[in-house]
Structures are given as structure tokens and as C-alpha cells.
Design a protein around this ligand. Structure first.
Ligand code: NAD
Length: 495
């Protein structure tokens, strides 16, 4: 593995994301040799920590990966801590001095990577000061990783983007959506473009509908304060769901590289209809969970959760039908469904194929028996917690009668393979080190996603919902089922 020379500065180094995801992912890269000798990491946050304390925290964060003590110490020795209030310009001067010292000490060739792992309200000021204090004036590469959410609507995202592009070029900005680092999300392209069987059928002549499910069994946990201001539409649909949708619906790219893929993803998003208020009411359903029971345990309703307003109108569930106005997808409903406190956790995509033109097996040729349905073929892509895909076909049931039966071809990665596959954050950090932005979101995608979502949000904000409207432990409100049934379909939700 070639070593990547880099000085990585993490803003928000004492936070939850850094501890749970970034340090373990960096350690995995260290173990695999992507980071060896020529790297240094500066952690900054408000707390007054020493380098020693920071290194101890880093070592604790990687303890689940069972490092040897020499490995852990060697890795942690590359970490430096700088207490820092991001709003104080003075601190960037100290940070610059430390950066220059470490650059010389570790021979980092001026390569600078800034990871903004803190509240988005600080992103603007950080990038402004990075430029103002000359931290991007080195001879190597300069890249910035921006955590989600990227704005809270198109207007705020545009303002944020203007601030960031005043310091960094679009090609230097890595807007992270960790879903795009997941193995099976990347596998969507392998399945589509590696199999003529599917790609030749991937259109409105053969596909009846597409279903994207991101179900969570958890409630808001300790994120009530944040979530109550956001809701499922902004938290899940604007980013993860629309990103998955664009990968599923895009045209085949001219080459499998970042620019070509982005071009096609943007075109796919541009074909998603921006709904009128009347269409929003027809095609979108929101929900909020009431108290309920899951696997024998009782759960409170959303309004009783910590840091949530007792009369909150925030949605914890969204189901909807997107319309895609292009040659390939015209007439195919693209259903999406996401929510908290649903029956079980699962991210799954179903591609539901159209029925054969005539069901020859409706009745048994030999006997006078009732008409039988022929289930549709379904390609299911399992993203989490299990990873893999399945294909449901129809075969003949063994026996003298001519009876068809659904046959499921199932391919799941073993728990061991999943365990050993790179973490989403590990893969994405390596992509950034390699300068590969395939799995990051381009500004044009962000902007179009907000246009799509803002139309829904504005319509909803004009009306007061009748919440709560689904008990914890169910798959959402009745209206979400009716949405699909009125088109003659059903949600497919099998383990
Ligand atoms: P957190 O609240 O745990 O950490 C915030 C960090 O910012 C802390 O290190 C804190 O000291 C620092 N900070 C706050 N104000 C500061 C200031 N004025 N000057 C300097 N430092 C300051 O947050 P988190 O959960 O780690 O999330 C960070 C970012 O990552 C957010 O944008 C969040 O939306 C995103 N994110 C988090 C997760 C996750 O699993 N935690 C997942 C996806 C995205």
C-alpha cells in the first residue's frame, strides 16, 4: 500500500464522531499502510487537553480493534492537540505554527487535509480563517471534508457553499455522506453495469416500481435537540435517499470515474420532478411515532423523548413517491420510506419488475381451479444490517400439478466478510487522501436535492399535521400503505 503524506487537522476532535468513527478509521488505514510514517494529526476543540491526554483518548477509541501496545503507541504518537476556539482568529496563528512544525518534522510535502467534524454553524468561519491566516498557502494539496448537514434548505446551503468556495475550489471540497461509503451502495453500480441481465431491463418498459427503504428501529436517542429542528425529510431524504436514488436511476457513465459519475447523478436528480403543493399532498406522507411496543418492550412516543417539544410537529417518518421525468423512468413510481421506531432496522432497495404480459399459469391446465397470481420478479439490494442481494423468480413447484412457486436466489455477505470489509469512514477518508471524489456529493447535487426537498418542506410547513399518527414498532401511518396500494402495488419488506 502506498503511503499518503498528509497533515490532517480535525476540528471537533473531542466530539462523538471523531471518537467513534474517525480515529478507528484512521487506525485501520495505519494498519493497512496507507498511513505509515509521514503523517500527523492535529486535533482541535475548545477543551484544554494535553497531547498526552489526547493520545490516551485516541488509544482508547481504537481498543476494540485489538491493537498491540506498540501499534497503538506508534499510531497515537502522530496525534497533537491544540485547544482552539474556532471563532477566534488568533488561534489560527498558533495552529499554523504547529502545522508548519509538523510538516517539517514528518516531511508532509505541504499536503493539508482539514476535517470539519463539528456543528455546521462553524463551517463558514473556519474556512474563512484558514485562508485569512494562510493555512492553505502550502505547496501540496489542500482538501476539506465537510460533515452533514450541508445547510438546512437551499438558501442556507448556498450561503455556506459561497463561504467554502471562497477558500477551496469545488474539486478540493469533499461533502461527506457516509452512506456513500457503504459496500452495498457502491455495489449498486457493480450490479447495474456489470450485468447485462439487469442493465438491459433497467427502464420503464420492464420495471414497475422502485422502493428505497431506510428503516430504523431506534428512536431519537440523545439527539432529540438536533432532530426536533431537522426531522426525517432533512435528516434522511435530502442526503442519503436522494443519493441512493441518483445512483439507481442515472444513465451509465461514459467511464467509471468521479467526473463522469457525478455528471450522470446530477442529470438524474435534475429529472426528479419538483412537486407543487398539490402534488406534495398527493405523493408524500409524514408521520410521527406514538408510544408503542417492540419485541416486548414499551417505548415512549416522540413527544415524550428528551429535548423534544411536547407539542412537536417534527416528522419522524416520511414516505413518498418521486416522479422522474425522463425517457428511461417516465411512468415508474419511485417510492421512498424512512422513519424511526419502525418494526426493524433495515436499508433495502427493491427493484420490482413488471409482470409477464400474460399469465399462462393462472389456472391449472388440467383442473378446474381458482385463478392464481404470479408474483413479480424483485431484485432486492440489502445495504444494512445484512449486505447482499436477492432475486425473486418464479419456478415450477415439484409435483404433478403445474403450479408455480416463487424462488429466491439469495446472496449475502457473511458476518465475517462484513466485519473485515472497510468501514464507510475508512473508505471515504482513503478516497480523500487519494483525491477521488466519486463517493462525495457535488454542490450541484446538494443544490438540486434541496430544491426537491424544499418544495415538500414548504408545503408541509403551511399545514399542521395530525401527530402522532403511528405507534412505535409499526411500519408507519396507514396513509403510507395507501400511497402505494392506490397505484396497485405493495411495500416489499422481507428479511
Ligand atoms: P459533538 O457535539 O460530539 O462534537 C462537537 C465538537 O466541536 C467537540 O469537539 C467540541 O469541543 C467542538 N466545538 C464546539 N464548539 C466549538 C468552538 N467554538 N470552538 C472549537 N471547538 C468547538 O458533535 P459530533 O456528533 O461529533 O458531530 C460533529 C459533526 O459531524 C456534525 O456536523 C454532525 O452533524 C456530523 N455527524 C455526526 C455523526 C455522529 O455519528 N456523531 C454522524 C454523521 C454526521
Amino acid at each position: 500500500m502506498t503511503e499518503k503524506k498528509v497533515l490532517l487537522t480535525i476540528f471537533g476532535a473531542t466530539g462523538d464522531l471523531a471518537y467513534r468513527k474517525l480515529y478507528p478509521s484512521l487506525f485501520r488505514l495505519f494498519r493497512k499502510g496507507s498511513l505509515q510514517n509521514n503523517f500527523a494529526i492535529i486535533g482541535t476543540a475548545r477543551r484544554e487537553w494535553s497531547d498526552e491526554h489526547f493520545r490516551a483518548v485516541v488509544q482508547k477509541s481504537i481498543s476494540d480493534l485489538d491493537p498491540t501496545s506498540a501499534e497503538a503507541q506508534s499510531f497515537a504518537s502522530h496525534f497533537y492537540y491544540q485547544s482552539h476556539d474556532v471563532q477566534d482568529p488568533e488561534h489560527y496563528i498558533t495552529l499554523k505554527k504547529l502545522s508548519d512544525t509538523l510538516d517539517a518534522k514528518y516531511d508532509l510535502a505541504g499536503n493539508r487535509l482539514f476535517y470539519l467534524a463539528m456543528s455546521p454553524s462553524f463551517f463558514g468561519v473556519i474556512v474563512k480563517e484558514l485562508k485569512a491566516q494562510g493555512m492553505t498557502d502550502t505547496k501540496g494539496f489542500h482538501r476539506v471534508v465537510i460533515e452533514k448537514p450541508f445547510g438546512s434548505d437551499l438558501a442556507s446551503a448556498t450561503t455556506l457553499n459561497q463561504a467554502i468556495t471562497a477558500t477551496f475550489d469545488e474539486s478540493e471540497i469533499y461533502r461527506i455522506d457516509h452512506y456513500l461509503g457503504k459496500e452495498m451502495i457502491q455495489n449498486i453500480s457493480a450490479i447495474r453495469f456489470g450485468n447485462n441481465l439487469f442493465e438491459s431491463l433497467w427502464n420503464n418498459r420492464y420495471i414497475a416500481n422502485v422502493q428505497i427503504n431506510l428503516a430504523e428501529s431506534l428512536g431519537v436517542e440523545d439527539r432529540g435537540g438536533y432532530y426536533d429542528k431537522s426531522g426525517a425529510l432533512k435528516d434522511m431524504v435530502q442526503n442519503h435517499i436522494l443519493q441512493i436514488l441518483s445512483l439507481l436511476l442515472m444513465e451509465p457513465p461514459a467511464a467509471f470515474c468521479d467526473e463522469e459519475i457525478r455528471t450522470e447523478k446530477i442529470k438524474a436528480l435534475n429529472a426528479v420532478r419538483i412537486y407543487t403543493p398539490e402534488e406534495v399532498n398527493r405523493y408524500f406522507v409524514r408521520g410521527q411515532y406514538a408510544p408503542g411496543r417492540i419485541n416486548g418492550s414499551d417505548y415512549v412516543g416522540y413527544r415524550e423523548e428528551a429535548n423534544v417539544a411536547p407539542d412537536s410537529t417534527t416528522e419522524t417518518f416520511v414516505a413518498g413517491r418521486f416522479t422522474v421525468d425522463n425517457f428511461r423512468w417516465s411512468g415508474v413510481p419511485i417510492y421512498i420510506r424512512t422513519g424511526k421506531r419502525l418494526t426493524e432496522k433495515g436499508t433495502r432497495i427493491n427493484i420490482v419488475f413488471k409482470q409477464v404480459p400474460i399469465n399462462l399459469f393462472k389456472t391449472d391446465v388440467h383442473k378446474d381451479c381458482p385463478e392464481r397470481e404470479l408474483p413479480e420478479n424483485v431484485l432486492t439490494i440489502y445495504i444494512q444490517p445484512t449486505e447482499g442481494f436477492s432475486l425473486t423468480l418464479n419456478g415450477k413447484e415439484i409435483g404433478a400439478d403445474f403450479k408455480t412457486t416463487p424462488v429466491k436466489l439469495d446472496y449475502r455477505h457473511s458476518a465475517e466478510t462484513v466485519e473485515n470489509s472497510p468501514e464507510a469512514y475508512e473508505r471515504l477518508i482513503l478516497d480523500v487522501l487519494n483525491g477521488d471524489s466519486t463517493n462525495f456529493t457535488h454542490w450541484d447535487e446538494v443544490a438540486q436535492s434541496w430544491r426537491i426537498v424544499d418544495a415538500i418542506r414548504h408545503t408541509w410547513d403551511d399545514e399542521t399535521p395530525d401527530f402522532p399518527n403511528y405507534p412505535a414498532g409499526t411500519m408507519g401511518p396507514k396513509a403510507a400503505f395507501e400511497l402505494v396500494e392506490k397505484d396497485g402495488f405493495n411495500w416489499i419488506w422481507e428479511p
